[in-house]
Design a protein around this ligand. Structure first.
Ligand code: ZN
Length: 146
């Protein structure tokens, strides 16, 4: 394993063991559930949306380590973004993972890059993408409400 592969593995283990934004929100603007029947991963996302930005995210649910790590990384990356920015980041994530393109994320999104290795395991791609699909659906709901 190369040094970057080792570092990326550590990032995923850390997020999976200590998911960021793992909480329930008091008053959320919208929520969405996601389910990956192939693996049994379940996710519940709650969003707060202020001034056109995602101002808070509450993550709950359970699943395999890849789904947990990816959900945690997603919440950290999406906080503070507008809907358009969030969907653009999601598109880049899909390009990397599903299309197999060489996407280079900015330094502040280094943890997303750590999920690149998942594409070597096609059955796990659905685990990694679950949280991202779910927030995209939640954002559609938010937009309808505002
Ligand atoms: Zn899974």
């Amino acid at each position: 394993m190369s040094l970057s592969e080792i570092l990326y593995k550590e990032i995923i283990i850390d997020h999976s063991a200590n998911p960021r934004n793992f909480k329930k929100l008091e008053n959320c603007d919208c929520s969405e559930d996601g389910h990956n029947p192939l693996c049994g991963d379940e996710i519940h996302l709650e969003l707060k949306y202020d001034d056109g930005k995602i101002s808070d995210i509450g993550l709950s649910g359970d699943g395999c380590s890849i789904s947990r790590a990816s959900a945690s990384i997603m919440t950290e990356s999406m906080l503070g973004l507008s809907k358009e920015e969030a969907l653009q980041l999601f598109a880049q994530f899909k390009d990397m993972l599903v299309e197999g393109k060489d996407v280079k994320f900015a330094e502040e999104y280094e943890d997303i890059q750590a999920l690149e290795g998942v594409r070597q395991y096609p059955v796990r791609i659905k685990c990694a993408i679950l949280a991202w699909n779910t927030i995209a659906q939640a954002l559609e709901k938010c937009e309808e409400m505002k």
